[in-house]
Design a protein around this ligand. Structure first.
Ligand SMILES: Nc1nc2c(c(=O)[nH]1)N[C@H]1C(S)=C(S)[C@@H](COP(=O)(O)O)O[C@H]1N2
Ligand SMILES: [Mo]
Length: 319
């Protein structure tokens, strides 16, 4: 893996393919803006603070061959409350979010705690492409080709002790860079947690890119979690801290409304959200309204993860 600043990328390295894609995206955005009368500042291409050469990623396991969500949709219809509460806000408001320099602190129940710059944090591990289903608790879903590294080996590097039963994650806290944090909507910083075996499961990814590109700011740059068998809010964005802990750590949406958002939050069509059904989802697939499909238990990843929850009541207690 290779990280370079834009100034170090010579013009000769900008491929015709990259230029073509950028132009096509621009044209489509303009067209969409004309039809919908919307389109705020997402027209301007993002100025990346640091470039990760995600093109060298190799094909990872567990990929789906379902139709991918168009890049334009996956990057303009997001929840990221640090940049606003409506789905179009993150793309509009995160464009100038500065993600370099960036460091990640790993602490708590481990033998080798430390704080590393993003590049050193990611460098020892080979980047993989993983095409995952992505199911929001709000009953829409996408298929996204992530670029990332499995979380398990990253955690092992810090040598967790036998007391490490859970892993806690924290998003950056900086209201001057994340304007949504000036408003009292959530208890900032956004925090999430996984049981240690969930964190170590080979499906769990730390993502630094998508669609072969560096992760756009609105999708959680420069590094975010991807836990494909759980509702989207478990996949915390813009991570600055990871802590090994003995007790179940607080998680933002679970604290906010424990009866609506459980700590586990495994995708489960058999347990409705108190205010809506979880039986079906609207797959955002490039068609005009999306496609209504049935939601699958564990978002279709039961073969990999069902055994983590043997004997647990996933409807009433551990939802
Ligand atoms: N820090 C932070 N992480 C977050 C959120 C957020 O508001 N703040 N929203 C979550 C929710 S509800 C979803 S569905 C996904 C959506 O973003 P994505 O489409 O880029 O995965 O991010 C998750 N991670
Ligand atoms: Mo979500």
């Amino acid at each position: 893996m290779l990280i370079r600043r834009p100034a170090e990328i010579r013009p000769s390295e900008i491929t015709p393919e990259a230029l073509f894609r950028e132009r096509r995206r621009f044209m489509r955005t303009v067209a969409a803006g004309t039809i919908l009368g919307a389109a705020p500042s997402i027209v301007a291409p993002r100025e990346a603070a640091a470039a990760i050469d995600v093109a060298g990623a190799t094909k990872g396991p567990f990929g789906t061959d379902e139709k991918q969500t168009p890049f334009e949709d996956a990057t303009s219809y997001n929840n990221f409350y640090e940049f606003g509460t409506s789905k179009r806000d993150p793309a509009a408001n995160a464009q100038n979010f500065k993600t370099s320099p960036w460091s990640i602190a790993v602490e708590g129940e481990c033998e080798k705690p430390g704080k590393l710059g993003l590049e050193d944090f990611v460098k020892p591990f080979a980047l993989q492409d993983r095409i995952y289903r992505h199911r929001c608790v709000e009953a829409w879903s996408m298929v996204i080709p992530w670029v990332g590294i499995p979380l398990g080996p990253v955690l092992q590097r810090f040598k967790p002790t036998s007391k490490a039963k859970f892993v806690a994650f924290q998003t950056l806290l900086d209201p001057s860079r994340m304007p949504g944090q000036k408003r009292d909507i959530l208890d900032w910083p956004y925090v999430e947690g996984l049981r240690i075996d969930e964190a170590m499961n080979p499906l769990t990814l730390l993502s630094v890119g998508m669609y072969g590109k560096v992760l756009p700011n609105q999708n959680g740059a420069p590094i975010r979690l991807v836990v494909p068998w759980k509702y989207g809010f478990k996949s915390i964005k813009s991570i600055v801290k990871i802590k090994f802990v003995e007790k179940q750590p607080p998680a933002t949406w679970n604290e906010y409304a424990p009866s609506e958002y459980g700590f586990y939050s495994n995708v489960n069509p058999n347990r409705d959200h108190p205010r809506w059904s979880q039986r079906t989802e609207r797959r955002i697939d490039g068609s005009f309204f999306g496609t209504r499909i049935e939601t699958r238990i564990f978002n279709g990843y039961g073969d990999q993860v069902a055994n983590l929850y043997t004997g647990m009541d996933l409807i009433h207690k551990y939802f």
